[in-house]
Design a protein around this ligand. Structure first.
Ligand code: SF4
Length: 481
């Protein structure tokens, strides 16, 4: 083995929870003396897998198959597999791909460096799986992708049993972090220059169930409002069943909680919701949205919808279209249902013909796109505050535009007018045009606030790569809540 520092690459599949876990995997490896790979082949590849997406296992084994030759040519090269598919398939992964060095479950992220080391010393694959979470991912070292935005997990696991979802069997029952611990982490992040946090949980508004406080999530939002220097607070994902008015009041009354609500609808048919084992009904969903729109000026509402769930009739689908029409979603993430092994719905005997599913998907897509566009058009002429993120801060040379997210998380491409504008800056600009999935601001910025960037630079931070702050309007949250 060479005496050089070993390099790694983490490949992430799936939801925000996995993105967050990947930052922890990278942080653990950096703490153990590895360096993130910048060019060429890394010494270690970690796959953080997802069991929710269709053909997730085919993709993983395809990727592993492609790496086999690399492993044969260079036995020092190591491969690790973590995440939901690892938790589901466990030792099977080593049976199917014996050239893999380490497999670890969703509750064993902290073990990654030790497993790699043991595999190297013992010359055989290592695996570790726990049924229960030992450490919250946030308690582990991290290597964040953004200087200005960070994920903060408030809970993991889920006590619901939606029939299409494999999360409860892989992530376990809900476990809540204590508020003091969460707030300390946020304050430490702000002291490092973070201005935007996203509170993360499979079902954030059930937060507190473990320590018996039904209002804990609203209180947490209000407590975030007290943190000086924290300019944007987002969260994903809430469950309509657990949505209480105090959360909307806390959103409305806490200025740094952004006017953005991503709440999965999944279906507009009460019959389908019942078969999905989702205990709210469409009326309750629409009532929550009405209240949010009344209480939170300019709130943008986005959702997840599954089309073609087993037994869904044309009438059920029409009901989804009606609810979508009434809800006037600003963004929708729509999914064609396909059976996922290990979920109850995969065993239902009234699966829908894929041709019908895809036809309904297209019809829904036309409607959701039009509604999103209408919502964006209504903003033309307004002034919006844009936070320039790492992945968007680079000037597009062909257009001279920069990109960031508005307070309601809409994507805004704006004219930087040749000014000194970088990731971390807050720019106020006027929206001049609307497209279905973004806004355009063609005039020069009205104001540029560089204080967050200057503060982060004074903390000695250096720039990263992606945009963890782009949550619901930029990235679907399925399967959370
Ligand atoms: S869809 Fe959401 S609420 Fe339902 S079981 Fe999965 S994680 Fe829990």
């Amino acid at each position: 083995m060479s005496s050089q520092v070993r390099t790694f690459e983490v490949k992430t599949f799936g939801c925000q929870m996995n993105v967050h876990d990947s930052e922890r995997m990278a942080g653990l490896l950096v703490e153990a003396g590895y360096e993130e790979n910048q060019s060429g082949d890394p010494d270690v590849i970690v796959f953080n897998t997802c069991a929710v997406r269709e053909n997730a296992d085919n993709r993983l084994y395809g990727n592993l198959g492609m790496l086999r030759q690399l492993k044969v040519a260079n036995p020092d090269f190591q491969i690790a597999v973590g995440g939901c598919l690892a938790q589901k398939d466990r030792a099977q992964i080593i049976e199917r791909a014996p050239w893999v060095d380490a497999v670890f479950g969703t509750h064993n992220v902290a073990a990654l460096p030790v497993l790699l080391e043991r595999a190297r010393i013992n010359g055989e694959a290592q695996a570790e799986f726990a049924e229960q979470l030992q450490d919250f991912p946030s308690a582990l070292p991290t290597k964040r992708d953004s200087l200005y935005s960070a994920w903060v997990s408030i809970s993991v696991g889920c006590n619901n049993t939606c029939t299409f979802c494999i999360v409860p069997s892989l992530r376990g029952k809900e476990k809540d972090r204590r508020p003091g611990e969460i707030l300390s982490e946020i304050k430490a992040l702000v002291a490092e220059g973070v201005v935007e946090i996203t509170l993360l949980g499979q079902n954030v508004n059930a937060y507190g169930v473990e320590f018996g406080d039904r209002q804990a999530f609203a209180k947490l939002l209000r407590a975030c409002g007290e943190i000086e220097g924290l300019r944007r607070v987002r969260f994903t994902s809430p469950h309509p069943r657990d949505f209480t008015d105090d959360v909307i009041q806390a959103m409305a009354e806490t200025p740094n909680v952004m006017p953005q609500l991503h709440m999965p609808l999944q279906s507009g048919s009460d019959t389908v919701l019942a078969r999905m084992r989702r205990s709210y009904r469409s009326k309750k969903y629409l009532d929550i949205i009405d209240l949010a729109r009344r209480e939170i000026p300019g709130v943008a509402i986005s959702t997840d919808i599954i089309v073609g769930f087993p037994g869904e009739t044309e009438e059920d689908f029409q009901q989804t279209l009606e609810v979508v029409e009434q809800a006037k979603f600003d963004a929708s993430f729509t999914f064609e249902y396909s059976p996922r092994p290990g979920t109850p719905a995969a065993e239902f005997d009234d699966q829908i013909d894929p041709q019908i599913v895809s036809d309904r998907y297209m019809r829904l897509d036309v409607l959701t796109k039009q509604l999103a566009w209408d919502g964006n058009k209504a903003i033309v002429g307004d002034q919006v505050e844009v936070l320039v993120h790492e992945s968007h801060g680079k000037k597009d040379d062909s257009t001279g535009r920069l990109t960031g997210r508005a307070r309601d998380n809409r994507l805004v491409h704006f004219n930087g007018d040749g000014q000194d504008i970088e990731p971390g800056d807050f720019v106020v600009t006027e929206v001049t045009r609307a497209a279905p999935y973004h806004l355009l601001a063609d005039g020069a910025p009205i104001s540029v606030d560089r204080s967050a960037r200057e503060f982060a630079v004074s903390c000695g931070a250096s720039s990263g790569g992606q945009e963890p702050g782009a949550v619901s309007m930029g990235m679907p949250s399925f399967p959370g809540a």
